[in-house]
Each structure stands twice: as C-alpha cells, then as structure tokens.
Design a binder for this molecule. Structure first.
Ligand code: ADP
Ligand code: MG
Length: 249
C-alpha cells in the first residue's frame, strides 16, 4: 500500500485549472519528485496535500486515511510536514527554541505562538529538538540566535523545524532556491542523509534537473496542471511530452 495517494485531485482558481485531475502515489521510503515548468501547478499540488489549499475536486489519502479536507495542523498531526514555509523562523529566539516551538505546536495542534513561546525550553521537547538539530548538523549552533545563522544554515533550521513534528512524509518545495552552489550541494546531501537516518519519505519539488535525476526514485511531471509523465528518471527522460514541455516544442 502506498503512503500517499491522490485521486483526480483538482484545484481551480477562478477559471484557471492549476491542478487538473492529478492521480499519483508516493511509496513509503522513496524520494518522489515533482517537476514541471513555472506555473505547472507544483506548489498548488503540494498545498492541496498539506491542507493549505482546499481542492476543488478529487481526494488525498495518507496512511490509509482520507485527509482531503483536513486543516494544515491536522495534516501535521497525521504525519505530513512541509519545510520552507514562509517566515517559519523566529529570528530573536535561539536555534533550539525554534525547533522546540515547532515540536510543541505539532503536539498541541495549533500555533498559539505567544503561549508556545512561554513553554519553549520545556524538557518534553528538548530531546526531540536536539535529535532534529543533530540530523541537520546544527546541534553545535543550538544556543545561538537564529538571526545570526548564515543563509544556508537558516534553511537547515527550517528543515529541523519541519522535522520537529516527527513526520512520516516530508514535503519540500524548491529547497535549493536562492542557494549558492555549495549550499545546494550540502542541501542535496542532507536530503539523502535524512532519508537514510530518519527513514523519511520525501516528496520534493525542485527545478534543478541534475539534482532531481540524482536523488529521485520516481518523478511526476506536470505541465499546465496535468500529469504528462510519471516514472523512473530514465523513463521520464525518454518521454516525448516531457522533452516538448521543456524545450517549448
Ligand atoms: P508552480 O509551483 O508549478 O510554479 P503554482 O502551483 O504556483 O505553479 O501555480 C499554478 C498556476 O496557478 C499558475 O498559473 C499560478 O498563477 C496559479 N495560482 C497559484 N496560486 C494561485 C492563487 N492563490 N490564486 C490564483 N491563481 C493562483
Ligand atoms: Mg512553485
């Protein structure tokens, strides 16, 4: 049985069909990629899975449960987490406190930030936070202010924040955007390590084809909201429709 499965998932914005009848599945333990030109509907697809957007039609099943109309905090509790959400870091708090807050938020099912800020530092989530900081190689910086981290380390902290809920499925939407080549290489290594060390299943949107072909087990290709290919990197590379979509044919 697959871990995640969408059936006919569709999202319309006014007259625009951003995600058009998308059926695909993610197997437990795999690195699953979604690629496609700008505006293809990749982020919208991810946001329909997390509950950030309500699908117009179709369904999402996760771990055998229908999660189609759950709220974002409910999909987190179900075991899905997304990194690189906007403004997820509290700059004035320490690196460790940021991860502790995220762990508490996941546990309490909400983001009552002021309340959680008072709780942060409680022993209950200290170990979880340190485990996740270790997984992203930031444990040495646990006590520094988050604001002082260099850009690449901030993105690692965002991953640790996403991991704080101890998800089964980690969603990543263009994790290397804005990174230097060195930071990009480090992030790719990190994604591979996380999967091995934490037994994570990863669904990743990434524009860098070299990265995708290196790390993905299977690739879903979207164009104008529709699935135009789905298979192993080799299968997808050979698809005529994919070549047309990318070469503008
Ligand atoms: P991608 O992530 O593949 O670049 P998106 O999912 O962001 O594509 O967008 C798919 C299409 O949906 C685009 O045409 C985009 O302009 C449109 N779109 C995305 N979000 C919204 C929104 N909130 N309201 C209206 N249109 C949107
Ligand atoms: Mg996008």
């Amino acid at each position: 049985m697959s871990l995640l499965h969408t059936d006919g998932l569709t999202k319309e914005f006014g007259g625009l069909v951003a995600v058009d009848d998308v059926t695909f599945e993610v197997e437990s333990g795999e690195t699953r990629a979604v690629i496609g030109p700008n505006g293809a509907g990749k982020s919208t697809l991810i946001n329909c899975i997390t509950g950030a957007l309500e699908p117009t039609a179709g369904s999402v099943e996760f771990d055998g449960e229908d999660i189609t109309n759950l709220e974002p905090h409910e999909t987190v509790q179900a075991g899905i987490s997304k990194s690189f959400q906007t403004a997820s870091i509290f700059p004035e708090m320490t690196v460790r406190q940021n991860v502790e807050i995220a762990a508490l938020a996941a546990e309490h099912g909400s983001f009552q930030v002021n309340f959680l800020k008072r709780l942060a530092g409680f022993d209950a989530v200290h170990d979880t936070a340190d485990r996740m900081l270790e997984a992203v190689d930031l444990l040495g910086d646990a006590d520094v202010e988050a604001a002082s981290l260099p850009y690449g380390d901030k993105r690692r902290l965002e991953i640790a924040i996403a991991l704080a809920s101890e998800p089964d499925l980690l969603l990543m939407d263009e994790p290397t955007a804005g990174m230097s080549p060195d930071e990009t290489a480090e992030t790719v290594d990190l994604v591979e390590e996380l999967q091995e060390d934490l037994g994570l299943t990863i669904l990743i949107v990434e524009h860098d084809m070299e990265i995708i072909f290196r790390i993905a087990d299977r690739i879903l290709v979207l164009n104008r909201g529709q699935v135009i290919a789905d298979g192993t990197p080799e299968e997808v590379q050979q698809s005529e429709q994919v070549q047309e979509a990318y070469l503008g044919g």
